[in-house]
Design a protein. Structure first.
Length: 754
């Protein structure tokens, strides 16, 4: 009995060892084959995608899949999904009879790549539809006979997502993500999230967490969000929740808050709703009143100064859809102080501004329209409406090469045609805009109220005035950088109904009599001289050659005696030239405006100076006679280095009195006025440049055309050589040194600048 037992026991042990050895040798191969067959077929059927597994390692109760790829026909070079490693627990005993019952799954290194090509086809929408259809049918991975392909739980680590839309230019990135699913609950976290779209702000978030429990709507929590509205201004520190509407699939409620530019603290809120199916949203943005000193790190390098007492509040409502949306709201800005060399030569304080706006924007047309812009600045109402559009297609930009080297213009930005076939090249405006429509309206308002709205720091030479009457403005501008010559500028500025009833002591009224004039010979170096009979260099208008008067009017201001200080027809021409140059380089300066710039104001090129120039030009035209304006003009303008007034200039260049100047000499003076110091080199050289000779001939031709020269006078002028009167023994180098010495020895003084 004992011997039989030992034999039986030995046989049993032997069989067990053989079975164990068989499992160890055969099971991994059979298991791997079973996984490839069942798992691959099941996933392929469910997703409609090719599934490839690089390697499968199977042991009792555990399988590891490496280099898993899920690919479809529209994936391009990168598959829809690539997974480095999947480790799954399963029921080993059930697997022996051909049934797979999964346990916990651990997924590492997931890369999901979403794309849509220029043909409109994407690589994921059909997969989503398949999963929705399977869910609606109640499908799943669990069956009584075949086991379950649904793990009891799933943990995903080191996830990454890339998205690229060739049609909209949108891109998205999830730098790192993880997720955990168990029956009844899903928690997913995405970190270092960014999204960009052409024509829309760049968005980012440090962390986004999504939670979904069975029977409850999903919720989204955001931390460290940021939306870059402009390169130097971003909504930052965005946090809050996005909650799903349990009664309306696809609808979510927003409740967010944040700050600006990385400054800590919540300075604004955003509340509303969005519909992910219809791709619409309704959002209310509100920034409760706060002091700008909370934004000190942002404002330190901006024109905004002394912002401790400046406050702002804003309310905006947005309605968004697939193509764009509408907006409307209001804002209030109190006690703004700014300092910038383009605004004024000193800081400008106490700028209050409030406004109510409505408008819309279209992504497909790349167009922003302001249908309502009602503003009040320092108690002065005005409105701005209009539209701005960018090119619908982004193409390369190149500089325009000036056609005439002798008169170079600043290169403008242009839009090259896509095929570079030589078709017309369209210019682009500031910020890459293609077109601009603008309307500025100031309703009828008391003239003094308009004057009071201008800060003293902005316009010191307009202070001390008292006005009477009614002022109004309605100006329209229509620009298309593809056809700048078709630019439209029209409307009116109703200052002519205003009247000065009181004025400061240094107003243009003093120019009726003899006065002292100050000039800046070189930067920071001033001299002065009297404009009037007590100065022997002063020349009354009647003692100036008619040829010079006619020449200057032909080149500088042909309608001088008929307009009221402004050449309105030239504003449009000057604006077109500025747009083509890419900066404000040209002006529509009348003789009156030039006199005002030389006598009543100073050289700084600021918005403040231009504003005062316009006002003082209007006042001069209503104070002085045309002859007096012209007389002052000829006696103060610069004709060469330290050479001011036509009296000294006429004697210096030609050795004669101003009344004796001939037509050629008069045309010469007209030709040098834009750059008298630079063109003075011709005098030292004793000869004219080809450009100046040609310019003189063009001026004479204009005078003939406008009947300011007779045909015989014109013919005689063409036959008359231009001869400078100068010391023949003086070399060109000695001449230029003498000029520098004259500038250095100019009588120093200090101007009575406000």
């Amino acid at each position: 009995m004992s011997r039989r037992w030992w034999i039986a026991s030995s046989v049993a042990v032997g069989i067990s060892l053989l079975l164990a050895l068989g499992l160890l040798v055969i099971y991994p191969r059979v298991g791997a084959s079973m996984i490839r067959e069942k798992l691959g077929a099941k996933v392929t059927s469910k997703l409609g995608r090719e599934v490839r597994v690089g390697a499968i390692d199977v042991s009792l109760g555990r399988a590891v899949l490496r280099d898993v790829v899920i690919r479809g026909p529209n994936d391009g070079d990168t598959p829809l999904v690539h997974i480095d490693r999947i480790e799954v627990d399963f029921d080993a005993l059930r697997s022996l009879v051909g049934s797979i019952e999964l346990g916990e799954a651990r997924v590492e290194g997931v890369l999901v790549t979403l794309r849509r090509g220029v043909d409109g086809r994407d690589n994921v929408s059909d997969v989503i539809e398949r999963l929705r259809a399977d869910r609606d049918k109640g499908g799943g991975g669990r069956g009584k006979a075949g086991g379950s392909l649904m793990p009891t739980s799933i943990a995903v680590t080191r996830g990454k997502l890339l998205a690229d839309d060739a049609i909209t230019g949108a891109t998205g990135l999830v730098g790192d993500g993880e997720a955990r699913w168990k029956p009844g609950e899903l928690v997913a976290q995405a970190r270092n999230v960014t999204a960009t779209t052409i024509g829309a702000p760049k968005a980012a978030a440090a962390k986004i967490e999504i939670r979904k429990r069975t029977g409850e709507p999903p919720s989204v929590a955001i931390e460290g969000g940021e939306v870059a509205l402009w390169p130097k201004l971003a909504l930052s520190g965005i946090s809050g929740q996005v909650l799903a509407n349990p009664d309306q699939p696809g609808e979510y409620a927003l409740d967010l808050a944040g700050g600006y530019g990385g400054v800590p603290g919540n300075l604004w809120t955003a509340k509303g709703a969005l519909d992910t199916r219809a791709l619409t949203a309704s959002i209310d943005l509100e920034a409760a009143k706060f002091q700008l000193d909370r934004l000190a790190p942002i404002l330190e390098r901006t024109p905004v100064v002394d912002y401790a007492a400046t406050s702002v509040d804003t309310k905006v409502h947005l309605e968004l859809d697939r193509d764009g949306g509408t907006f409307g709201g209001e804002f209030h800005l109190y006690g703004l102080n700014v300092g910038h060399p383009m605004i004024a030569d000193k800081e400008v304080h106490d700028l209050d501004l409030s406004g109510k706006i409505d408008g819309s924007f279209s992504r497909s047309e790349r167009r922003l329209e302001l249908t309502r812009g009602d503003f009040v600045a320092r108690n002065m109402p005005f409105s701005i409406t209009g539209a701005v559009a960018r090119p619908r297609k982004i193409v390369e930009t190149v500089p325009v090469v000036p056609a005439v080297p002798a008169t170079p213009a600043t290169p403008a930005t242009v839009q090259r045609t896509e095929t570079d076939t030589g078709d017309p090249i369209a210019r682009l405006g500031p910020g890459g805009i293609q077109s601009l429509k603008l309307r500025l309206v100031i309703p009828p308002i008391d003239c003094q109220r308009v004057l009071a709205a201008i800060p003293a720091d902005m316009a010191p030479y307009m202070m001390g005035y008292k006005l009477r009457g009614v002022f109004d403005t309605d100006v329209r501008l229509d620009v298309d950088w593809a056809d700048l010559d078709a630019t439209k500028l029209g409307g009116h500025v109703g200052i002519k109904h205003c009247k000065v009833v009181d004025q400061p002591a240094d107003s243009p009224k003093r120019l009726k009599e003899e006065f002292e004039h100050y000039v800046e010979v070189e930067k920071g170096q001033w001299m002065s001289f009297v404009v009037g009979p007590t100065n022997e260099d002063f020349v009354p208008l009647q003692d100036i050659s008619p040829y010079l008067i006619k020449s200057i009017m032909s080149t500088e201001d042909s309608a001088f005696y008929s307009h009221r200080g402004f050449i309105t027809s030239e504003f449009r021409t000057a604006l077109i030239k500025d747009f083509k140059a890419g900066k404000f380089k040209y002006g529509a300066s009348s003789i009156t405006m030039q006199m005002v710039k030389n006598v009543l104001l100073y050289r700084e090129k600021t918005l403040a100076r231009k504003l005062q120039e316009l006002y003082l030009t209007w006042h001069v035209e209503n104070t002085l006679t045309k002859d007096r304006i012209l007389e002052i003009y000829f006696n103060v303008i610069e004709y060469g280095p330290a050479l001011y007034g036509i009296g000294p200039a006429s004697r210096h260049f030609f050795g004669k009195a101003p009344k004796d100047l001939n037509a050629v000499e008069a045309a010469f003076f007209s030709s040098i006025l834009p750059a008298p110091k630079e063109r003075y080199k011709q005098y030292c050289a004793g000869t004219l440049t080809k450009w100046t000779s040609s310019k003189i001939n063009r001026i004479l031709a204009i005078m003939l055309k406008r009947q300011r020269l007779t045909q015989s006078e014109y013919d005689q002028a063409l036959a008359t050589p231009l001869l400078f009167v100068k010391d023949g023994s003086e070399t060109e180098e000695e001449c230029m040194k003498r000029v520098k010495k004259a500038i250095k020895n100019a009588r120093p003084t200090s101007p009575p600048k406000r």
